[in-house]
Design a binder for this molecule. Structure first.
Ligand SMILES: [Zn+2]
Length: 420
C-alpha cells in the first residue's frame, strides 16, 4: 500500500513536471539553426551565408517559389548534410494543442498526426517514449489541428482517409494553388492522380489496399516536384484494418492440374500484369459501375477469400468476385473503356480485360465465348462475352476482377460508390 502511494506520488510529480515543461515559453527567432529573412536577402545568398546547399534550404522550408521569400519570414537552416536541426524546427513552428488518447505516448501521438516524433518531443520538452494521460494536452505544430488538413507549399488542402479496410479502395483529394506535378506513394507504390474539373487545381488518387496487406499503419506520401526538380513530399499515416474474409481450400481436377505447370502459371501472370501496368491517360468512365451480370446471378464466391489450391502457386486469395450462372449467360461492360486483352489463357480461360483509364482495369475470366477483340471501345452495358467454365474453373461462372494501379481490390465497392 505504502509503495503504491509513493508510486502514485511519483507519477503526480512527473505529470506536474511535464505540465510545467509544456508551459515553458518558446522563443521564436533566437534558436540556433533558424534565420529571419532581412530586406535584400535572397535564398541563394542565405544558403551561401550558412554554407548549406540551396536545394536543402528549399526542401527544409517547403518553399514553392524560391524567388518569393518575404522579409520577416523565419527559415529553418538545415545542417550541412541536409538534415534538419530539431531545435530550429520547434522554434519556427507556431503551436496548437491536441489531447492525448488512452495509451498514448508522445511518439504514438506524433504518428497519428503524421508529425516528426523528434519535433513533438522537442515541442513538449520530453522524450517520445513519455507516456501520456488520457486528455493530457500536447503541443503540436498549429497547422495539424484539425488533423489531415495541411498545407504543403503549393498544396493548399489535402483530404486523406485515416483508415482503409484490406482489399478496399480509399481516396485522397489534393487541392493546389496552381497546377502541379503531383507525386504520391502508398506503402511505397506510386499513385495515379486523376484531374477533377478543368482548372487543374483539384486531383484525386485511388489508394488501393492489397487484400493481404497486414493490418498496421502505413505511410501515404503526397507531394510534388517543383519546377527546379526538387521533390516536396510529406507522409501521412493510414491505418489498414482487417477485412471480413473467409478461408477456402480449392481442389483442382487432375486433368486441369496437369496443364498448370509453374512455368505456365508464371508466364500467364506476367502477361496480365504487363497489361494492367500500362497506365493510359484517357479516363473513359465517371459513373458508378453497373453489374457485369444480371442480378438473377448472385455472388457465389466473394472477393478476398483466402485460398489454398491443390496445384501450383495460383495465388493465395481470391482476387475477384464470382457469380455462378449457366454457360452462355451474357456478360456486360460495367463502365466505358477499351478492350486491351481478349484471348484464351490457361488459368483464367477465355479472358477479357478492359482499360477504363488512369490505371483502372476490369477483368472477366472463364468465358465460353468472347464477343470483343483488343481495341474495341465499349460502353456501359455492351456485351463482352458469355459465361463459361474455361481455364481453372470448377463450374460455369463469371470471375470479375478490378485492378487499380495493379492491385486487386473489391469490385463490388464500385457498384455503390461513384468516384467523381
Ligand atoms: Zn473467381
Amino acid at each position: 500500500m505504502e509503495r503504491r502511494n509513493s508510486l502514485a506520488t511519483g507519477r503526480f510529480l512527473i505529470t506536474l513536471l511535464l505540465l510545467l515543461t509544456l508551459a515553458r515559453p518558446l522563443h521564436a527567432q533566437d534558436a540556433a539553426g533558424a534565420y529571419t529573412v532581412a530586406p535584400g536577402d535572397t535564398l541563394g545568398a542565405i544558403a551561401t551565408k550558412f554554407g548549406v546547399p540551396l536545394d536543402a534550404l528549399i526542401v527544409a522550408n517547403a518553399i514553392d517559389d524560391p524567388n518569393r521569400i518575404r522579409v520577416g519570414q523565419v527559415l529553418v537552416i538545415p545542417n550541412a548534410d541536409g538534415s534538419l536541426p530539431v531545435a530550429a524546427l520547434a522554434a519556427t513552428t507556431a503551436t496548437g494543442v491536441v489531447r492525448a488518447a488512452a495509451g498514448d505516448t508522445l511518439a504514438t501521438l506524433a504518428a497519428r498526426y503524421a508529425l516528426d516524433p523528434a519535433l513533438v518531443a522537442e515541442l513538449n520538452g520530453a522524450p517520445g517514449t513519455r507516456r501520456l494521460f488520457p486528455g493530457q494536452p500536447v503541443r503540436v505544430p498549429a497547422d495539424v489541428v484539425p488533423p489531415m488538413t495541411v498545407t504543403l507549399g503549393a498544396i493548399t488542402a489535402l483530404d486523406a482517409p485515416a483508415e482503409i479496410v484490406q482489399g478496399r479502395t480509399g481516396r485522397v483529394d489534393v487541392i493546389s494553388s496552381r497546377p502541379l506535378n503531383l507525386i504520391g506513394r502508398w506503402n511505397g507504390q506510386p499513385l495515379t492522380f486523376i484531374p477533377l474539373g478543368e482548372d487543374g487545381l483539384h486531383h484525386f488518387a485511388f489508394v488501393p489496399v492489397d487484400a493481404l496487406l497486414e493490418p498496421s499503419v502505413y505511410p501515404l506520401e503526397i507531394g510534388y516536384i517543383t519546377a527546379r526538380g526538387v521533390e516536396i513530399v510529406r507522409s501521412w499515416p493510414v491505418t489498414v484494418v482487417a477485412g471480413p474474409y473467409d478461408y477456402q481450400e480449392i481442389v483442382v481436377a487432375q486433368e486441369k492440374a496437369d496443364v498448370l505447370t509453374p512455368d505456365v502459371v508464371v508466364a500467364e501472370r506476367e502477361r496480365v500484369v504487363a497489361i494492367w501496368s500500362q497506365i493510359s491517360p484517357t479516363l473513359w468512365w465517371r459513373d458508378v459501375f453497373q453489374r457485369p451480370i444480371s442480378v438473377d446471378y448472385p455472388t457465389t464466391s466473394p472477393f478476398g477469400t483466402r485460398r489454398t489450391y491443390s496445384v501450383a502457386d495460383i495465388g493465395n486469395f481470391h482476387a475477384g468476385q464470382d457469380f455462378g450462372a449457366p454457360e452462355g449467360t451474357l456478360i456486360f461492360a460495367p463502365a466505358p473503356g477499351v478492350v486491351v486483352l481478349a484471348e484464351p489463357l490457361a488459368v483464367r480461360g477465355n479472358a477479357v480485360i478492359i482499360d477504363h483509364g488512369q490505371g483502372v482495369f476490369t477483368g472477366y475470366w472463364h468465358m465460353s465465348e468472347m464477343k470483343v477483340t483488343p481495341g474495341t471501345r465499349v460502353e456501359t452495358g455492351d456485351v463482352l462475352g458469355l459465361v463459361g467454365n474455361t481455364g481453372l474453373s470448377t463450374g460455369a461462372h463469371l470471375h470479375w476482377e478490378l485492378r487499380i494501379d495493379g492491385v486487386a481490390v473489391d469490385p463490388m465497392q464500385f457498384l455503390d460508390e461513384a468516384p467523381f
